[in-house]
Design a protein around this ligand. Structure first.
Ligand SMILES: NC(=O)c1ccc[n+]([C@@H]2O[C@H](COP(=O)([O-])OP(=O)(O)OC[C@H]3O[C@@H](n4cnc5c(N)ncnc54)[C@H](O)[C@@H]3O)[C@@H](O)[C@H]2O)c1
Length: 332
């Protein structure tokens, strides 16, 4: 079986692929990774020499390349995306291109070659913001950022390919992930790497925004349950982490790094900042037996330890991002 995985040089996709490669057995798939290696992707996330892995550097918007790879694929798990909300506020173009047009390019090719299941990996952010309670999968989509609007668009396209063409498309919507190998622009690795470097950390607004934090391996477990046992045309929420305000999370990260609140800079709130996300994940639990395995306290401690022990992984990524940002500022 040949599994095409897009965006697996990034945080979640690489965790998913490393997990599948670690498990041998008669059902172990050959994995072809298609990744453009944007600023967010790095080959250091993948065991490049593994005999069951083929890496192809390329763009999911490249219809010719996608068609060629899809001709050899049996199934797809689609992670590739522009994934950082702040970047989508600075400019939405790359988000629409990759998240919407790229997904459509993959769906078209999968349809032509009869490939399925096609698991489309999405986010709880498509539902908007919720004050109390949790969203079921049937909740209307009310995305607020250009990032979540582009993800909602791609979810709808994916589901339309099921309704229109009968394609075996399955959509997952997960809460905030944490764990090793997350690019150091996202809040946990940004704060930890800054604190380890003796720098301050920026906290948005009053820090009251609430997120549900799920270990990346639990997300990957959910995705694989959907790939192997889910139903065509269905959406599955994946959650069950720990709800924390950004201020509470900051307190835990300061403590884990032996720092205090003097290291926190209060910065203007993110534009249109969603107040709270919360998914109802009873469907995947009842139907597919999904239950998160990681406890947040030890998961966070292990994650902080990983960043402490793996400077070689994040320092070059942070330096490259800082250089690109200086170049970008020079242009304006
Ligand atoms: N990070 C989270 O907390 C979270 C939560 C729920 C859902 N998701 C979704 O999971 C998926 C993966 O998220 P992540 O955090 O691993 O993202 P990431 O930014 O770490 O990785 C994205 C990967 O996609 C690749 N990519 C980007 N544009 C591409 C293109 N045009 N063609 C081919 N490859 C391209 C990048 O090189 C990178 O390797 C995304 O679809 C995201 O929306 C993320």
């Amino acid at each position: 079986m040949n599994l095409l995985v897009t965006g697996a040089a990034g945080f979640i996709g690489s965790t998913y692929v490393r997990g599948l490669l670690a498990a041998d057995g008669p059902d172990a798939p050959h994995i072809t990774v298609l990744d453009k290696l944007t600023y967010a992707g790095t080959l250091t996330n993948l065991p490049a020499e593994h005999p069951r892995l083929t890496f192809v550097q390329g763009d999911i918007c490249d219809a010719e390349l996608v068609d060629k790879l899809m001709a050899d694929a049996d199934q797809v798990v689609h992670f590739a995306a522009e994934s950082h909300v702040d970047r989508s506020i600075d400019g939405a173009g790359a988000f629409v291109r990759t998240n919407v047009v790229g997904t459509q390019t993959l769906l078209d090719a999968a349809l032509r070659h009869g490939v399925g299941p096609f698991v489309h990996v999405s986010t709880d952010e498509v539902y908007g913001s919720i004050e109390t309670g949790s969203w079921p999968e049937s909740h209307p989509l009310q995305p607020n950022s250009p990032y979540s609007a582009s993800k909602a668009s791609s979810d709808l396209l994916a589901l339309a390919f099921h309704r229109t063409h009968g394609m075996d498309v399955r959509v997952t919507r997960c809460s905030n992930n944490y764990g090793p190998h997350q690019f150091p622009e996202k809040v946990i690795p940004l704060f930890v790497s800054n604190l380890l470097d003796g720098k301050n950390v920026p906290l948005y607004g009053d820090g009251s925004n609430v997120r549900d934090w799920l270990h990346v391996e639990d997300h990957c477990q959910g995705i694989d349950l959907v790939r192997t046992g889910g139903r065509a045309g269905e959406v599955y929420n994946i959650g069950g982490g720990t709800e924390l305000s950004n201020k509470e999370l900051t307190g835990l990260l300061l403590e884990a790094c032996g720092a205090d609140w003097e290291r926190v800079d209060r910065v203007a709130d993110r534009k249109g900042h969603d107040q709270r996300y919360s998914v109802d994940w009873s469907k995947i639990h009842n139907e597919l037996g999904y239950t998160p395995k990681h406890d947040f306290t030890s998961g966070l401690a292990d994650t902080v330890a990983w960043y402490r022990d793996n400077r070689d992984w994040w320092e070059p990524l942070k330096e490259r991002a800082a250089l690109e940002s200086r170049k970008e500022q020079g242009k304006h």
